[in-house]
Unconditional design. Structure first.
Length: 246
């Protein structure tokens, strides 16, 4: 049976080019899937072996939202294809933990090599997991992964631990204990670290005023942001921007 790949790409010429290249190497390729909603419907009805995702779909939802869906599903590997390789894009992409990343314009051999490596690695992952009789204690529980994904895609909000706990339907102490066990930090510490990492990107890649960055990332005030940033980085937002501004 041929390896089945779907291409989620709203630029028809690029999708056709990918299809032509892959079909020459005996892959079964489906295109004409241009949105996150269409992709999810297709995947639920006919699960592929691999998904290629364009990050910028010019739709209501970006390709990274499909990445989040596949990350939570954890049954199908996926690779991003994009025209952008800047720090901000890479940060957004890395949160969803893709198996590969290809920058347009790409060479045919790069596309084929990446796909081959990803499929090979994923096949070994399945073999390895099938040889383990007991559940892998190091794998992060689905509910915890869901919360991590929710945090990473809602950094601009004021994230409340009680509200996050309600999403799991666990007791707060149990949720906090499991989160720390698998992530190495409490939910509160993780939220602050992710917000500061996002702030570092905004400080280095944009000219957005620091007080606006604090507001956009849901901090209580500029002084609260300043205090947390300095505590986690041993630097001030102003100094960090001066040293890292692109």
């Amino acid at each position: 049976m041929k390896t089945k790949i779907i291409v989620v790409e709203d630029e028809l010429l690029i999708a056709l080019h990918i299809k032509k290249v892959l079909e020459k190497h005996d892959y079964d390729v489906a295109i004409d899937i241009t949105s996150v909603e269409e992709a999810i419907e297709y995947i639920e009805q006919s699960p592929p072996d691999l998904v290629l995702i364009d990050i910028n779909l010019n739709k209501d939802k970006e390709g990274t939202e499909l990445g989040n869906y596949l990350l939570q599903k954890d049954t199908i590997p996926y690779i991003y294809i994009t025209s952008y390789s800047d720090k901000s894009t890479l940060e957004k992409v890395n949160i969803t933990r893709p198996k590969g990343y290809i920058v347009k314009p790409f060479k045919e051999e790069d596309l084929l090599a990446t796909i081959s490596v990803v499929l090979n690695n994923y096949s070994h992952k399945k073999i390895d997991s099938n040889t383990i009789n007991a559940p892998n204690k190091n794998s992060i529980p689905f509910k915890v992964r869901e919360i991590v994904s929710y945090i990473n895609t809602n950094l601009e909000k004021k994230l409340d631990i009680d509200e996050l706990t309600k999403l799991t339907k666990w007791k707060k102490d149990h949720f906090t204990r499991l989160f720390k066990k698998y992530l190495g930090s409490t939910p509160y510490q993780y939220i602050l670290s992710r917000k500061v990492e996002k702030a570092k990107t905004l400080l280095s890649e944009t000219v957005i005023p620091i007080n606006e960055i604090a507001y956009e990332l849901g901090f209580e005030s500029h002084s609260n942001f300043y205090h947390i940033f300095k505590k986690l980085t041993d630097d001030t937002p102003e100094n960090y921007r001066k040293r890292n501004q692109v």
